[in-house]
Design a protein around this ligand. Structure first.
Ligand code: PLP
Length: 397
């Protein structure tokens, strides 16, 4: 394999070198337990608090206390929803959307089995949320509303500020899964007026296995785990110190690099997208063109299989994805594209490219140079495409 062009940053990102450097002392000599009485451990606790302050600043939180470190985005999502339900024991209704990550959707399916009523708000062909349905669904029985900020497969951004304003008026707790927004667009919990917000380190150049949940002061919820006093009892368990230091540094770097996303990163993303859409008659964009995070494009190809495109791209050293990392591996087309009404056939031929601030323009050139060979090779063997006439084959029924 000549080179690796990594365009799967919505699945995970590389650890920024500065993040790794910041973490190393805590993997080597500074291994003390932050809860220890001695200075060897206690000094580590002060570094944790510095990391907490960085994460609080990153999402515009008023108070460092509002940041709870967890292990993953999945854990934070679960903690937000289950924590609210554990407090509001009499309320049996949860509102979410049809296109959430499995971290929310699988939990909601389980809650349904336990007798909860779940409203899954639909999206339109562009992946935009039907906010009127969301508003109409809120009732006195609603314990929590959980909506993603940006979709992992299409990058489409939901109007979380409008939702937050409405839910504030109705007095309903609001959780935002901002795993795919963090580091790509500015986040401000006070503008959103949410009560809880999830982030995950490995999506913005921190290591895997560290996440955080923002919990606004005064939010009514109960812990999901019980144990020691760590994280003020809200999330017990000895802290993942290197991970916390890593996410703190990654948050600081993300703030410093945020301005590159609407310019440099978006420019490369748009060049890649336009190059593909212009070159292939059988391709189209999945998701709203404008309301998107700047690093993501999801392109659907008619008459060919997304998995096959991925394999050929992989041969050329290009890493992309046919959906979210968690749903690939199954032959079912993505639930996100299906919820958008993308036909079964073209949902099967969809590829997601997701860039980062480390993506280089010549990597985009490489992908654009490789794509015609890959797509035309697959069209040549497609039972649905006539490569001589350059048109779809008539279907004999
Ligand atoms: N929420 C969204 C929108 C995601 O994209 C992901 C991961 O892809 C998660 C939650 C889960 O995060 P983690 O991998 O840290 O558990």
């Amino acid at each position: 394999m000549e080179r690796t062009v990594y365009l799967d940053n919505n699945a995970t990102t590389m650890i920024a070198p500065e993040v790794l450097d910041a973490m190393m002392p805590f993997l080597r000599e500074r291994y003390g337990n932050p809860s220890s009485m001695h200075g060897f451990g206690g000094s580590v606790a002060r570094d944790i608090e510095r990391a907490r302050a960085n994460v609080a600043r990153f999402i515009g939180a008023d108070n460092d206390y509002e940041i709870v470190f967890t292990a993953t985005g999945t854990e934070s999502d679960n903690m937000a929803i289950q924590g609210a339900l554990a407090y509001y024991k009499d309320k049996r209704h949860v509102i979410t959307t049809r296109v959430e990550h499995p971290a929310v959707l699988s939990l909601c399916k389980k809650l349904e089995k336990d007798g909860y009523r779940i409203t899954y708000v639909p999206v339109d062909r562009g992946g935009n949320l039907d906010i009127d349905i969301l508003k109409e669904s809120v009732d006195d029985d609603t314990a929590v509303v959980s909506v993603m900020y940006a979709n992992n497969e299409t990058g489409v951004i939901f109007p979380v500020e409008e939702i937050g304003l409405y839910l504030k008026e109705r007095g309903v707790p609001f959780h935002v899964d901002s795993v795919q927004a963090a580091g790509k667009i500015p986040i401000n919990v006070n503008k959103i007026q949410c009560d809880m917000l999830t982030i995950s380190g490995h999506k913005f150049h921190a290591p895997k296995g560290i996440g955080a949940l923002y919990v606004r002061r005064g939010t009514r919820m109960r812990p999901v785990l019980y144990g020691g006093h760590q994280e003020k009892g809200r999330r017990p368990g000895t802290e993942n110190v290197p991970g916390i230091i890593g996410i703190g540094k990654a948050a600081e770097l993300a703030m410093a690099h945020l301005q590159e996303y609407p310019t440099t990163v978006k420019k490369m993303r748009d060049r890649l997208e336009q190059g593909i859409l212009k070159n292939f008659k059988n391709s189209h964009l999945n998701g709203d063109h404008d309301r998107r995070v700047p690093n993501t494009t999801n392109v659907g190809f008619e008459y060919i299989e997304g998995e096959a495109i991925l394999l050929y791209l992989d041969e050329k050293g290009i890493a992309a994805s046919s959906g979210s990392a968690c749903s690939s591996g199954s032959l079912e087309p993505s639930h996100v594209l299906r919820a958008m009404g993308v036909p079964f056939t073209s949902a099967h031929g969809s590829i997601r490219f997701s860039l980062s601030r480390y993506t280089k323009p010549d990597e985009i050139d490489h992908v654009l140079a490789v794509m015609p060979g890959v797509v035309n090779r697959l069209l040549d063997i497609s039972p649905y495409w006539d490569s001589v006439k350059q048109e779809p084959k008539p279907i004999n029924v």
